[in-house]
Each structure stands twice: as C-alpha cells, then as structure tokens.
Design a protein around this ligand. Structure first.
Ligand code: ADP
Ligand code: MG
Length: 240
C-alpha cells in the first residue's frame, strides 16, 4: 500500500530524514517510535505531502505521489491524518465538522454526507453529540470526532501523529479503542505513538527511528523484549 524509497527531507541544512526505505502492506498497522526530533512527524507528513520530500520516492497504492505534478488533493482523499491537536472547526457542530470535507470536495451531496457522518459518529461512540459544538466536548471526544472526520473521506490509509499525547490519561483509552477497532477492520495505519501497550497489542510491526533513520524494526514482541540496536535499548529503557 505504501512504498518509500530513499526518502530524504531537509529543512535548510538540517537533514531530518536521511534515507528512509519502508514498505507498508495493505491492512498492516505500523507503530513509529523514537525520541523527539528523530523525524517521525516529518515522515508521516511526507506520506500525505504536507511536507515535500527533498528526494526519494513514495508510492501509495501504485501511484507515485512524489512524481512532479501529482494532484495533492486526490492524495488527501485517500490518506487521512489525525494530529495531536484536533483542529476541529469551533463554529461548526460535530456533525458539520465530519460532513464538511466530502461536501467541499464534491464527493457527496450535503444530505448524504451528513448521513454518512452520523454513521461514523456512531462508530466512534459519539452519535449523541452530533449537534454539539467542539468546545463542549472532552479532549478524548474531540479526538474521536477528528478520527471520524478523517474517515469521512473513505481513506485507504490512516496516519496518526501522537493522537493521545495531548489527552488527559483517563481519555487515552477511549481513543486507542477506536483506533484498535479500525485496525481490526483492516485499515492500513501508520501510528506515531508513545503508547507502548498499544504498539505491542495492536500493531503488526514497530519501527524505531533515530536521527532521521529507521534504526530497527520488527514484530512488537521482538523489538520490545529483545531490541538489538543500542539506541533502541536506551530508548526503551527510558520509556518503558
Ligand atoms: P519527531 O516527530 O520525531 O519529534 P519531527 O519530524 O517533528 O520529529 O522533527 C525532526 C526535526 O526536524 C526536528 O529537529 C525539528 O525541529 C525539525 N523540523 C521539523 N519540521 C520543521 C520545519 N518545518 N522547519 C524546520 N525544521 C523542522
Ligand atoms: Mg512529532
């Protein structure tokens, strides 16, 4: 579903991604872990072209998104992204927030988009909040709305960048549950997370990044219990 070859990204003289090679299979759920500043967010942002790679190639479902002239909007319809901060529109109801993108992009007429939005809100356990405004929701509820909003475009890939890092501890679980359900339904997912329990239980593979490179990867069981690279060992010692 995703094929990344020799991906490099620099900001000025700062080489943030230093040759990433990565394949993610359809339906695979990959956890990205690593210290702050190692390039995890930049890697995700390159996959939906929020950042333009400096060099290298990224193919999503057979289409080279890094080819000159590739239509970014078409890509964004297929790759949904959820951020640490939810970025919901405060002046719109929850329902409108979720229904907006399919309407704006001409994918669905308003009525159908709202029906679909209601289904998605039901899926994340928030149907009852359809006519509420984001400010009246808890952080965990806002993040679940943000997930529903990303799903409204029927993406084939979902990218999550520390989706629970801004949440109070008691709200982390409800968001992880939604993500787990999505994983079990077969969504292809790349998840930057500090939730090692989630990585271990839900993800098919864990990638450890440091200094703009994938230093080590493997099945969660393996990486967590027998890390091979000294930097992985040091990182896990600090966080586990
Ligand atoms: P992570 O998500 O692993 O913490 P990031 O991908 O956010 O790491 O950042 C990696 C490095 O790139 C950091 O040193 C960060 O300061 C730098 N960086 C990220 N985005 C930009 C940007 N838009 N301009 C300049 N430097 C950036
Ligand atoms: Mg980050």
């Amino acid at each position: 579903m995703i094929r990344i070859r020799n991906l490099r990204k620099s900001f000025g003289r700062l080489a943030v991604l230093q040759g990433i090679d990565l394949d993610v299979a359809r339906g695979e759920v990959v956890a990205l872990i690593g210290p702050s500043g190692s390039g995890k967010s930049t890697l995700l942002r390159c996959v939906n072209l929020l950042e333009r790679p400096t060099s290298g190639s990224i193919v999503v479902d057979g289409q080279e998104i890094t080819a000159p002239g590739f239509d970014v909007n078409r890509l964004r319809q297929r790759v949904g992204m959820v951020f640490q901060h939810f970025n919901l529109f405060p002046h719109m109801t929850v329902l409108k927030n979720v229904a907006l993108a399919p309407v704006l992009t001409g994918r669905l007429p308003a009525r159908e988009a709202e029906e679909r939005a209601l289904e998605l809100l039901d899926r994340v356990g928030l149907k009852a909040k359809a006519s509420a405004y984001p400010n009246s929701l808890s952080g965990g509820q806002k993040q679940r709305v943000a997930i529903a909003r990303a799903l409204a475009m029927n993406p084939e890939v979902m990218l999550f960048d520390e989706p629970t890092s801004a949440l109070d501890p008691e709200m982390v679980k409800e968001v992880l549950e939604v993500m787990k359900a999505l994983a079990l339904e077969g969504m292809t997912m790349m998840v930057v997370t500090h939730e090692m329990g989630f990585a271990r239980e839900v993800c098919d593979r864990v990638l450890f990044m440091d200094g703009g490179q994938i230093v080590e990867q493997g099945e969660p069981q393996k990486v967590f219990s027998q890390p091979e690279h000294p930097r992985t060992v040091a990182f896990l010692k600090a966080v586990l």
